[in-house]
Design a protein around this ligand. Structure first.
Ligand code: CTP
Length: 154
C-alpha cells in the first residue's frame, strides 16, 4: 500500500556526496577537499582508485590500494570508501548510492558536466602549493641533499 511505498526517512532527508581520487601519500590538499565536500552533504562516499585503474592511467603509487583505502576510510569526514576501477563507473555509483552531489577538484572542471542530469556536479578549487607529485619531488630533493643519512656498516 501507500505506506510501504514511502521512502525511509533516512533516504529522503540525507544528502549524499561522492568524490574520487588516488589519495597517494595522503596530504593536506586531500584532507581539505574531503572535509569541504563533507560540509556540503550529510554522508560522504569516496571512490579510491585501485592500483589496476592507476596503471591504466599510467600512474604508479607509493602506497598500495588497500592502505590508501584504509587511510581515507578512517577519516571522520568519510562515511564509506568504494574502489574506483574505471572511468565510466560514476553513473552506476550515483544511482546505487543515491548520490545528490558529485564533487571534483577544479583540475577536472567541465569534465563531468554530462552527469549533471543525475546529480549536482561541483568543482572545488584545489589547495594551492601541494600535490602528491610535489611531495614526491620534495622527498627526492631531501634525499639528494643528504637530509636522510645513509648508514652503512663497516
Ligand atoms: N586535491 C586538492 N588539492 C590539492 C591536491 C589534490 O583539492 N592540492 C584534490 C584533487 O583535486 C582531487 C583529490 O584531491 O579531487 C584527489 O587528488 P589526487 O589526484 O589523488 O592527488 P594529487 O595530489 O592531485 O596527485 P597528483 O600529484 O598525482 O596529481
Amino acid at each position: 500500500g501507500l505506506r510501504s511505498r514511502r521512502r525511509p526517512a533516512e533516504e529522503a532527508d540525507v544528502t549524499v556526496g561522492i568524490t574520487y581520487g588516488t589519495f597517494d601519500l595522503f596530504h593536506i590538499g586531500h584532507l581539505r577537499i574531503l572535509e569541504r565536500t563533507r560540509a556540503l552533504c550529510d554522508r560522504l562516499v569516496v571512490g579510491v582508485s585501485t592500483d589496476e585503474f592507476n596503471a591504466l592511467k599510467g600512474k604508479r603509487t607509493a602506497v598500495p590500494f588497500h592502505d590508501r583505502a584504509s587511510i581515507v576510510s578512517a577519516l571522520r569526514c568519510v562515511d564509506e570508501v568504494i574502489p574506483e576501477e574505471s572511468w565510466d563507473q560514476k553513473q552506476g555509483d550515483i544511482t546505487r548510492h543515491s548520490v545528490d552531489l558529485l564533487v571534483m577538484g577544479d583540475d577536472w572542471r567541465g569534465k563531468f558536466d554530462d552527469l549533471a542530469d543525475l546529480c549536482e556536479v561541483v568543482y572545488l578549487p584545489r589547495t594551492p602549493g601541494i600535490s602528491t607529485t610535489e611531495l614526491r619531488g620534495h622527498v627526492v630533493e631531501l634525499t639528494a641533499n643528504g637530509a636522510f643519512a645513509v648508514v652503512t656498516q663497516g
